[in-house]
Design a protein around this ligand. Structure first.
Ligand code: N2P
Length: 429
């Protein structure tokens, strides 16, 4: 990490001194979402393939919306970014991403074409049936949203419902991902169980439901949740769970794998479950934003990320699951200690393989998960609700402290002015 911060700083200096932008590739990705040694490998590979020098400037974000705003409002010249499904949809609708030109990459190193997963292609296609997102983005990682739980404190049964996040038994020990859409979706699915079971709504309807009534219902629910919340976390939840500082974490499957494996080393036992009521399945994909300056290197970078050995390294480092459909990737994950499950939706024919079900959920789990969709302008309503819910949490005390501090500053200024005047008066006398 340090090495890349230094590299980023050096590259920023290089750029500000008029360095050659064609030799810089600016990548903006989620934090903890890559094996950073692959960045150096890319620089070497790129040189070998094209004869050109390249330096990767690597920056990270924790929240989709931060990344989007830098591009949407700031017009920042990142060459490659990694948004989630509904943000790809939004960027696509707003003309913020460029079509990809993979034909420019020689066939024998065209890892994108060689390793596509039909499941991922279909998911990307479903983002927007009228503009095929496969022409604009390449899947990177994917997973589900669910519950990480400490198996010594919480039973699998307790964790198998979304209602566990307001279970008073775990009050003060619940971590919630600071990702409004990824919390809204599951909570709405929970609240609409009756309608889902009666068949009057579908999971897909709920993923598109930005009505005032539904937002209000989720807000009301989250207000009941928040008293028991230990933290709204963008990226520290997994770490807290490994230290036993939380017993429940509404989180992504990749963080679950990372946390479970780290925790095991210090004797803390964690597991992950996708609650019975259903959930969201998400994926993140590489795109080249409209303001990119190095499209050629960006295209090669995305391609390199699809090389199976690189995909495997990224998976092993982060805990997340590659969207790569290569058989080598499946083979690298076979673990005879696991029970056989059906992952034929992802690897055709693999209907009974021993793989970690947190990484590749069984087909039955995927069938109760839905893809999130962009809400366009209605997103603002959700973000406003989210800050109302979270903001109230720390606010009373915070506001009192701020007001007291301001009063103290004003009093100090008034007092010092008065004494200055007094001193001047006595001086004149
Ligand atoms: C990893 C972030 C994963 C993003 N820190 C999940 N969409």
């Amino acid at each position: 990490m340090k090495k890349f911060l230094i590299l980023a700083a050096l590259s920023a200096v290089l750029l500000s001194c008029g360095g050659n932008r064609e030799q810089i590739l600016k990548v903006y990705n989620w934090s903890d979402y890559i094996d950073e040694t692959v960045l150096t490998d890319f620089e070497e590979w790129y040189k070998a393939q094209t004869g050109e020098d390249i330096t990767v400037v690597y920056q990270t974000f924790d929240v989709n919306e931060t990344m989007l705003s830098k591009i949407e409002k700031g017009h920042e010249d990142y060459d490659v970014v990694c948004p989630s499904d509904y943000i790809i949809e939004r960027m696509l609708n707003d003309g913020l991403i460029l079509p990809l030109d993979f034909a420019s990459i020689p066939d024998e190193i065209n890892y994108i074409a060689l390793n596509r997963s039909p499941f991922m292609q279909q998911m990307f296609h479903d983002i927007n049936p009228s503009i095929d997102a496969n022409d604009y983005s390449v899947p990177y990682m994917w997973g589900t949203t669910g519950i990480i739980y400490n198996t010594e404190e919480v039973t699998a049964e307790e964790a198998s419902t979304w209602d566990v996040i307001r279970n008073p038994k775990f009050s003060g020990q619940i971590l919630i991902k600071d990702a409004p859409r990824d919390v809204y979706g599951p909570v709405l699915i929970y609240l609409k169980q009756k309608e889902l079971n009666e068949g009057t709504v579908t999971l897909d309807d709920l993923m598109r439901d930005s009505s005032d009534e539904s937002i209000a219902a989720v807000e009301n629910y989250l207000r009941q949740v928040k008293d028991g919340v230990l933290g709204w976390e963008a990226d520290f939840g997994k770490d807290q769970m490994t230290k036993g500082r939380g017993v429940i974490s509404l989180n992504w499957s990749g963080d679950a794998v990372w946390a479970r494996d780290e925790a095991a080393e210090v004797g803390v036992s964690l597991d992950y479950i996708v609650p019975e009521e259903g959930s969201t399945v998400w994926f993140d994909g590489w795109v080249i934003p409209k303001y990119a300056k190095n499209i050629k290197a960006a295209t090669y970078f995305i391609d390199f990320m699809c090389r199976p050995d690189i995909a495997i390294r990224n998976m092993e480092e982060t805990g997340y699951v590659s969207a790569n459909g290569a058989i080598e990737v499946l083979e690298s994950q076979i673990d005879e200690e696991m029970d056989p499950i059906d992952v034929s939706y992802f690897f055709p024919g693999a209907d009974s393989v021993c793989v970690d079900p947190v990484l590749y959920p069984d087909k039955a789990v995927i069938e109760r998960c839905a893809l999130e969709h962009d809400w366009g302008k209605d997103t603002d309503k959700l973000l406003a609700m989210w800050s109302r819910v979270k903001g109230d949490n720390a606010s009373s005390l915070t506001y009192v402290v701020i007001v007291l501090a301001l009063l103290a500053i004003i009093a100090a200024v008034l007092f010092s002015n008065k004494s200055k005047k007094r001193r001047r008066k006595s001086h004149k006398k």
